[in-house]
Design a protein around this ligand. Structure first.
Ligand code: CA
Ligand code: CA
Ligand code: CA
Length: 253
């Protein structure tokens, strides 16, 4: 085997290892199916536990064991009387500015003007989580939307281990409905907290009225706001760095 080939093999092995690391199992809940499998129903309750066989998680409103959040259809198909968010930047409400970014369904609270505590309850504690709060916007001269996201190490919501404040809508934008997060996701994430996470809550803490929560693409056990550099990544770069001059030399022979 030539030196170039050896280097190529080493670089490819590193790449394979790198791919393996980033493809670790993760439970991603995009609300495109119901917890037990099967298709969601627009405005139907999100009943039951989502699981990938390892992580188990479910959603509540107000208090654990009481009311369930609802599935909401992306866009506004005929007969959809109740929506999750208003977006004047797209032809239909409940639509992301980037087509496809929410799939066909997301999760919402009960309706505008009702913002019960959104609770993510783990039956199996995790070390990380991240998710998208959609369409954080504002009312022209009428306040702005904002959410407070908290992680707890228990399901009685007493042992607070982390708090994040979301971005805020911009009440000074020309319309109050076309600022940075209108029709866009705000991504929150928790990891490396010292204690495992048993619950996450999302509480409304903004000043605009007539608000509801739109939630999607929940990484139940991974924090995609943190991109770790895998151990093999420097080796891959090193392998390629050695390889490039070899190839160059060969080409100029
Ligand atoms: Ca809808
Ligand atoms: Ca609906
Ligand atoms: Ca979705």
């Amino acid at each position: 085997m030539t030196r170039t080939k050896r280097l190529l093999v080493r670089a490819l092995a590193s790449a394979a290892l790198w791919t393996g690391v980033s493809a670790q199992a993760a439970l991603i809940i995009d609300f495109e199916s119901a917890p037990g499998g099967g298709a969601p129903t627009d405005d139907g309750a999100i009943n039951g536990v989502y699981t990938d066989g390892t992580t188990q998680v479910q959603f509540w409103l107000g208090a654990i064991g009481t009311v369930r959040p609802l599935f909401e259809s992306v866009g506004r198909p005929a007969g959809d009387a109740n929506i999750g968010f208003v977006n004047p930047e797209t032809p239909q409400n409940d639509s992301p500015n980037s087509p496809g970014a929410m799939g066909s369904f997301f999760a919402r609270t009960l309706g505008f003007g009702q913002t019960p505590l959104f609770i993510i309850e783990y039956l199996t504690p995790v070390n990380a989580a991240s998710g998208e709060i959609w369409d954080i916007d504002a009312r022209r001269l009428g306040g702005a939307e904002q959410w407070t996201i908290r992680a707890y190490s228990d399901t009685s919501l007493t042992n607070l281990i982390a708090t994040q404040i979301s971005a805020s809508g911009n009440p000074n934008s020309p319309t109050g409905e076309t600022d940075d997060f209108n029709g866009m996701p705000y991504l929150f994430g928790f990891s490396a907290l010292g204690s495992p996470i048993s619950a996450i809550t999302i509480q409304y803490s903004g000043t605009a009225g007539n608000v509801g929560l739109a939630f999607d693409n929940f990484n139940a056990d991974s924090d995609i706001t943190q991109v770790p550099v895998p151990g093999s990544f420097p080796l891959l770069i090193g392998g390629l760095a050695l390889l490039v001059p070899q190839m160059y030399r060969r080409k100029n022979r």
